[in-house]
Design a protein around this ligand. Structure first.
Ligand code: SF4
Length: 369
């Protein structure tokens, strides 16, 4: 059984400084190129069970992502972190630095916080490339002065290549799930674990998983049962199991920590400003990247067509207004194309209660036959 805290401890044991990053699409390659380990503090339901520290600082109507992030950073495990890095996304996360700082102060701790401002304007309307380039240069200078390290073009290019290889292998693994060579639950678990291990190890684990799945047997599921899963967080493992036990095949995903993260592979360059201009401008559409929202339906339609899916299961994150604002429109447009949708909702305490959703999922599976 994978333990995210133990995994981070192992990296620390080798003398690596660990930077907790949020939200999902931070400049991982840049941080890694300095010899630091970026850990994305997003899908932490496996490692953060109770929320007693976080509940003292955040309202109960905050999403589980923010509550688990807060719990991890200010709890004992959070002392594994040597720094935090954040960029702007939703309103919930916007205020987190001040709340985290207050929580840490109560514990007599402080953490350096690196902030990146990603311009949330449509590249078709405003060219913000110069602004982003300045922010990236500032971030490089800040990392150098905070951690006493030097930027290197060669090391940056090597990190870019490493992360792009990982993205490519994740895409290949998604293809194997679509082909029935790997279960979606297994895939989902491997992607989640990858966020908490050093990328060099993640690469070899993905290579091994691909080899194993390619030589394994294929599950034959009728075409009519192909579905796409969408959500800001992936379904909990138990929910993945219920979906697959209901006879459906997850032929693709539009999950923010999965396809939305590895869906676009930026061009390789040793220039961080050019690399991140491409990375953010052409990012796979996500509700948290505001200017990409217009392209969400287009991307979903393309995925549904490519995979021949008949249905879409939306795993809604309770209290995430960004996702909920878009859902009615997406559902309406897809239903006009005869794509049946099922909207589920998951909150912090729902991981153990997915059996309650089994009947709805089984009924949905019957419906799309
Ligand atoms: S985008 Fe949604 S799920 Fe993510 S932190 Fe913001 S409110 Fe929470």
């Amino acid at each position: 059984m994978f333990d995210m805290v133990e995994s981070v401890k192992r990296a620390k044991g080798k003398g690596t400084k660990v930077i907790g990053c949020f939200p999902l699409y931070p400049p991982l390659e840049l941080i890694h190129s300095f010899g630091l380990l970026p850990v994305v503090l997003w899908d932490m339901k496996e490692g953060v069970g109770i929320l007693k520290e976080s509940d003292r600082h955040l309202q109960s109507f905050t999403c589980s992502v923010a509550r688990r992030l807060m719990e991890f950073v200010i709890s004992e495990e959070g002392s594994l972190l040597d720094g935090l890095m954040m960029y702007n996304a939703c309103d919930t996360l916007r205020n987190m630095p001040e709340i985290i700082n207050r929580g840490l102060k109560e514990k007599g701790r402080t953490l350096p916080l690196l902030k990146l401002h990603v311009p949330m304007v449509s590249p078709n309307q405003t060219n913000a490339t110069g602004y982003l380039a300045d922010r990236i240069r500032e971030m490089i200078a800040e990392i150098e002065s905070t951690f006493g390290v030097r930027f290197s073009l060669e090391r940056f290019l090597a990190s870019v290549r490493l992360y792009n290889k990982i993205r490519k292998l994740c895409q290949e693994m998604e293809d194997l799930v679509a082909a029935g060579k790997m279960s979606y639950m297994d895939f989902s678990r491997r992607i989640r674990n990858g966020y908490f291990i050093v990328p060099e190890d993640q690469l070899s684990e993905l290579e091994n998983a691909l080899k194993e799945a390619q030589s394994g047997s294929t599950k034959n599921i009728p075409d009519g049962k192909k579905i796409i899963v969408s959500g800001i967080l992936p379904p909990p493992d138990a929910l993945c199991a219920v979906i697959e036990q209901s006879g459906m095949k997850v032929a693709g995903n539009d999950v923010s920590s999965q396809a939305r993260s590895y869906g676009y592979i930026p061009k390789e360059t040793d220039d961080p400003a050019a690399y991140y201009a491409d990375f953010y401008r052409n990012h796979y559409p996500c509700t948290t990247i505001l200017y990409s929202s217009d392209d969400r339906l287009k991307a979903l339609n393309a995925l549904i067509e490519k995979r021949g899916a008949r249905g879409l299961i939306i795993v809604g994150e309770k209290f995430c207004e960004y996702e909920y604002l878009e859902m009615p429109f997406i559902i309406k447009m897809l239903e006009q194309k005869n794509i049946t949708t099922l909207q589920l909702e998951i909150a912090t305490d729902d991981d153990d209660n997915v059996e309650a959703l089994r009947t709805r999922i089984e009924a949905f599976s019957e419906l799309i036959r």
